[in-house]
Write a protein that binds this ligand. Structure first.
Ligand code: NAP
Length: 532
């Protein structure tokens, strides 16, 4: 089973041992000691290896391969002699250095096990290759050279991914290799290769002690691997999901969906999937992920700017697009059905509708003829208008740019309920049963903003105020609405409901919405604290 190795930058013997004790206690299988910048004295290196409670890899990386060892190769060779005396489980030496200098090669061969070695040394050689810029054009030649080197026990290839598609080549290398292999794509695009190393049977993958102490681009901390990305639950049959967008690094979706998989013991993992905005990128990446044997890519949440791209893609692939998603012109969910066919749907509009109905404790059928004031005419407003207008509500769309409100009203002109438009100035003298804020006004960090400086006189106990903003959970607008006696519902509810519907589409099981809720609240609180 693939192991999890924690990289520790060694600066002192005591600190490194304390960290390795902690790594063991937190569930790591190995530690990688990065000793590039450690001026160890006497027998400190041997004590480090001897007293380390876990199997260890020792790495002393030169600058030409992304490390910080300050001296020349001869000095580094002497460090390796010392490493040999300490007998760690593995040493990591770079293919380039190994092939370049005979003396270096001889030193390495003396300190590792290989067919020509006399006796058992107890140390294996990880022969490694790193490219921090791109995929090296001679990647396969490097792989061949490692395979052909008898002293090489483990192959390690690491390069900066240019897109999510590079991960697929890393998986291919692992599957095709005749030796235990570590294949890692670095950077944001390469993150799947770190988590899915376990699905494809890599020897190991690396992580940091925590998210802020990492040694390579794209690494995350131990707890993030274990808890957010379900490291221990991943096996060859794990189904892969993700959030497709640009950017996606701040998305809360991996937190909630992975927690949902945990809670329901569903064999899935959910990853961030950054794809640049153009349709060609979307098509090439999603197409390649779907076609890749053994990946089990079964679905995705799709966010800005790819909601239109998803509809186009699924149509081109001969899949089915939900009727209302097509009308809205945006889909937020890709589902790969049992028979392999694709389904694009939109869970936002039902989430908006049910967030409102649940707060009022009524069914959507009871909404008929109620009047709704929608503030804003962007993406969130589209979902709100789609959901409420099809339930027979009468809607007025208030937007800063009137033309955009008119276009939105035109899109749903044949819905069950009447649609008209107004300007933001008209809001103060409006009268609706339900108001929905679909602008970012009030969103963190601009928490003092509000879509309603002047409140309509009609607003009171019987009014529902629904804010699609979900950070913070209670905006200034909602606070003021509550003071006026209104029922209120926050964007967290809509966010959770749209995610819960996706979860159900993919797993066939009810989503643990209460867990989703508490995770969203907790993560948003953490972020606000971190941002001061
Ligand atoms: P969007 O497509 O960019 O639309 C933003 C809308 O707000 C536009 O109609 C825009 O008016 C209006 N607006 C922006 N700044 C304004 C200002 N200073 N004064 C008056 N109007 C302003 O954005 P979106 O995707 O709809 O997102 C809007 C909000 O909904 C965000 O807070 C987002 O987080 C939230 N949201 C929540 C969920 C959920 O699940 N809870 C889902 C999606 C979005 P113009 O047309 O004049 O530019």
């Amino acid at each position: 089973m693939t192991k999890l190795a924690v990289s520790i930058v060694v600066r002192s013997l005591e600190d490194a041992l304390t960290l390795s004790e902690s790594a063991k206690a937190r569930g790591a299988d190995l530690v990688e000691f990065r000793i590039d910048e450690w001026a160890f004295k006497g027998d400190e290196l041997e004590r480090l290896i001897l007293d380390c409670p876990l199997a260890s890899i020792v790495t002393c990386r030169p600058e030409f391969e992304g490390g910080v060892f300050p001296e020349d190769e001869e000095a580094r060779r002497k460090v390796f002699e010392k490493i040999g005396e300490a007998r760690p489980t593995y040493i990591d030496a770079e293919l380039a250095a190994y092939l370049r200098a005979d003396e270096f090669k001889q030193t390495i061969k003396q300190i590792v096990d290989h067919p020509g070695q006399v006796g058992n040394v107890g140390t294996g050689l990880i022969l490694s290759s790193h490219d921090f810029e791109t995929r090296p054009p001679d990647l396969l030649q490097r792989l061949e050279a490692m395979t052909a080197t008898p002293a090489c026990r483990v192959i390690k290839m690491a390069w900066r991914a240019r897109s999510l598609r590079d991960n697929l080549e890393a998986f291919e290398l692992i599957a095709a290799s005749h030796k235990p292999t570590i294949a890692i794509c670095m950077g944001e695009f390469g993150f799947p290769s770190r988590v899915l190393a376990r699905k494809f049977g890599a020897l190991l993958t690396f992580c940091g002690m925590d998210d802020s102490s990492i040694v390579a681009p794209g690494q995350v901390g131990l707890d993030t691997m274990f808890h957010r990305y379900r490291w221990k639950a991943i096996d060859g049959a794990t189904k892969v999901y993700g959030v497709i967008g640009w950017p996606v690094e701040h998305s809360l979706s991996p937190h909630i969906h992975n927690a949902g998989f945990d809670a329901t013991a569903y064999n899935g993992v959910y990853l961030p999937m950054p794809i640049p905005p153009e349709y060609e990128h979307f098509k090439a990446t999603v197409g390649a992920w779907l076609d890749f044997d053994g990946l089990d890519f079964k679905g995705a949440s799709v966010t800005i700017p790819h909601k239109e791209n998803l509809i186009r893609f699924v149509k081109e692939e001969g899949g089915e697009v939900e009727e209302l998603a097509e009308r809205i012109g945006a889909a937020n969910t890709l589902t790969v059905r049992e028979d392999g066919s694709l389904y694009a749907s939109n869970t936002d509009y039902a989430a908006a509708l049910y967030a409102g109905c649940n707060a009022m404790e009524i069914s959507p059928q009871k909404l008929k003829k109620r009047s709704v004031g929608v503030i804003g005419a962007g993406g969130a407003a589209k979902a709100v208008v789609a959901g409420f207008s099809h339930s027979g509500c009468e809607l007025v769309i208030y937007n800063r740019t009137k033309k955009r409100a008119e276009e939105l009203a035109d899109t749903f002109a044949d819905a069950a309920g009447a649609l008209s438009v107004g300007s933001l100035d008209d809001l103060a003298c409006s009268s609706h049963n339900i108001y929905v804020n679909c602008t970012p006004l009030g969103m963190w960090p601009n928490v003092n903003e509000t879509p309603m400086e002047v409140w309509p006189k009609s607003v009171g106990k019987k009014t529902l105020a629904f804010d699609t903003v979900y950070n913070p959970g209670e905006t200034r607008w909602l606070r003021e609405a509550r003071k006026r006696g209104c029922l209120t519902v926050s964007g967290v509810e809509m966010f959770v409901l749209q995610a819960a519907a996706q979860f159900e589409l993919w797993t066939g099981e009810g989503a643990p919405a209460d867990i989703f809720h508490s995770i969203v609240d907790m993560e948003l609180e953490k972020r606000r604290e971190a941002e001061g």
